[in-house]
Design a protein. Sequence first.
Length: 175
Amino acid sequence: MSGPAAAHVLDDPLGFARAAGQHHGQLAVSALPRLQDQLAGNAGELKYRVRGGMDPLSRPQLELEITGALHLACAVCVKPLEYALALRTRVLMALPGAVLPDDDDPETPEWIEVGQELNLHELVEDEILLGLPLSVRHPQGQCSSGTQETFGAKKADSPFARLATLLEPGQTDKR
């Protein structure tokens, strides 16, 4: 492949690893379709760097560095929160159909199957999805004060608060 569309495709990824190749680029957050469900906004760009090499056991690998900012929703106030993304990971490569070692060691890098070409944008998106935390939140006390007051005000009006009054002897709900 040639031209700008091919700039994010590695031809012969195993050869790239053996030759210790390097590739870097930028990727718009809006160009990552599988990530969109996790975002509160899709503005901005991410930078990535891919280095090929061989691990200590002479297996082909790729080292990835991905940096940038993502706009995620705070788990407490649900308002947008800028999350600084700084991922560094490595993946081992195998040919399709190869028998991969069954290793339960969490320190062992993951394996990916590669063919004649490897789409780097898809690989970068995969690694971002795997590297995102399950929930993010603003630092303590930095969520919007209206939301924190709202939670406090609604606590007494919640159905569970009314149930709690029913469970207390001699209490009745006066609504």
